[in-house]
Write a protein that binds this ligand. Structure first.
Ligand code: SF4
Length: 352
C-alpha cells in the first residue's frame, strides 16, 4: 500500500550535523571531473546537459571536444545547427543538443545570464534539476538539487519504504527533505556532494556504508539499504524493428527526419522496412537488443533490394515529411546520424 508523500521532515534537525562531514568527504574524495577542476558557468551548463541520461565516463571525451569546438556561449550560439548536432552525435537524445544551442543563443543575447533557479527555469531545456544545479554551483543560491542519486541517499538515510510509481514522484516527495538538509552556506558543494555520494558510495547495489560520511545518521546502514528507494517499475514492453540496408552504385539509402519534426530533424537513419514495402530482404546483417526506458527493442538490419515495379518508381515517397538521401559510402562520416546508426553502419562496413 502506498503511504502519504513525505512532508517537511520533522527529523531534519538530526541531519544537520552531517552537513560538515559530507562536505569534508566531498572535498577529499570527489572525482576530478573537468567541469569541477576548471569550473565556469558555461562548463557547468554543458556538463549538466550532457550528463542527463548518460554515464559520466561516456560524457568525458565529448565534453573535452565540445569545449574545444564551442568554448563559450557565444561560440555555440554562432554555430550552425548541423555542426552542433554533429558534435553531439553518439550522445543520443538530440533534443538536448538543440535545447543547449537555443539556450546559448538566448544567453548570448542577454546583458547577463540569470542568477537564480527561477530565472534559469525560463530558458530552453532547463528543468528544476538543471536550474538548481546551475544556480547553486555557479551563483551560490541555496536551492537543493534532487535527482535519482539524491533520492536514493535520502530514502536510505530516512529508512523510507514508501512505494513510488515513478522517479518523478519520488523526486517530488523528497524535495522538502533535501531542502531541509541543504547547507545554506555552501549550497553548490553540498549539492555536488550529495550527487557524488549517490554515484560513488550510496550506489544502487552494494552501497559502501563503511566509508560513508552519513553513516552515523543513516537508518539503513547495514540493513539491506539496496532495497531503498522503492520505485515500482513499469512492465517491460517488447518492440521489434526491421531496417533496410540498400546500396546503389556505392551510395547508401538513408532517411532524413522532417525539418519540422521533433525528434529527428536534420538527422539521418537507415530506412524502416515498413516505409519501403516490397523491398526484397537478401540477408540479415545485424541483430541487436537495446533498452530505452521500459521498452526492450530488438532491431534487425537486412541487406535489401528495392522492388522492381515496371512503370513505377521503386522508392515510395519519404515518410513523415522527411527526405530520402543516397549518401556516398565514402562520405558517410560527414552525415549526422541518429543514436546507434553510426555504430551499426561502421559495424556492417567493417565486416566487409
Ligand atoms: S550509510 Fe549506506 S545506505 Fe546510508 S547513505 Fe551511506 S551508503 Fe547509503
Amino acid at each position: 500500500m502506498r503511504k502519504k508523500p513525505i512532508e517537511a521532515d520533522p527529523d531534519a534537525a538530526k541531519l544537520a550535523p552531517l552537513r560538515g562531514p559530507l562536505r569534508e568527504w566531498y572535498a577529499r574524495h570527489h572525482r576530478p571531473l573537468p567541469w569541477r577542476t576548471a569550473p565556469s558557468l558555461y562548463g557547468t551548463v554543458v556538463s549538466e546537459f550532457m550528463c542527463q541520461q548518460t554515464r559520466i565516463e561516456t560524457v568525458l571525451p565529448y565534453f573535452a571536444r565540445w569545449m574545444q569546438h564551442f568554448p563559450d556561449f557565444l561560440a555555440l550560439a554562432r554555430a550552425p545547427e548541423a555542426e552542433v548536432l554533429r558534435a553531439w552525435e553518439g550522445l543520443g537524445y538530440y533534443s538536448r543538443a538543440r535545447n543547449l544551442h537555443r539556450l546559448a543563443k538566448e544567453i548570448a543575447a542577454m546583458d547577463e545570464p540569470p542568477r537564480t533557479a527561477a530565472g534559469w527555469k525560463r530558458l530552453p531545456g532547463i528543468g528544476p534539476y538543471t536550474a538548481a544545479a546551475v544556480a547553486s554551483i555557479a551563483f551560490g543560491e541555496p536551492v537543493p538539487v534532487v535527482d535519482g542519486n539524491v533520492v536514493r541517499v535520502l530514502a536510505r538515510v530516512r529508512g523510507d519504504d514508501t512505494e513510488f510509481r515513478s522517479n518523478q514522484e519520488a523526486v517530488d516527495a523528497f524535495r522538502p527533505l533535501a531542502e531541509a538538509f541543504l547547507d545554506p552556506r555552501h549550497p553548490g558543494d553540498h549539492n555536488q556532494a550529495m550527487m557524488e555520494l549517490g554515484a560513488t558510495v550510496c550506489r544502487k547495489s552494494k552501497p559502501a556504508c563503511l566509508i560513508c560520511p552519513l553513516r552515523p545518521g543513516c537508518a539503513s546502514a547495514g540493513k539491506n539499504p539496496a532495497d531503498r528507494p522503492r520505485i515500482v517499475r513499469r512492465a517491460t514492453v517488447k518492440v521489434e524493428v526491421s531496417r533496410l540496408w540498400i546500396e546503389r552504385d556505392g551510395h547508401l539509402l538513408l532517411h532524413e527526419g522532417a525539418p519540422n519534426g521533433r525528434r529527428l530533424r536534420a538527422i539521418c537513419e537507415l530506412p524502416l522496412a515498413e516505409d519501403i514495402p516490397g523491398a526484397e530482404r537478401v540477408e540479415r546483417l545485424h541483430r541487436g537488443v537495446r533498452s530505452i526506458t521500459h521498452h526492450r527493442i530488438t532491431e534487425e538490419i537486412f541487406h535489401s533490394r528495392l522492388p522492381e515495379m515496371p512503370g513505377k518508381p521503386a522508392l515510395p515517397s519519404p515518410p513523415r515529411h522527411g527526405q530520402w538521401h543516397w549518401v556516398p559510402l565514402s562520405r558517410i562520416e560527414a552525415v549526422t546520424l541518429s543514436g546507434p546508426h553510426r555504430k551499426w553502419i561502421e559495424l556492417i562496413l567493417g565486416h566487409r
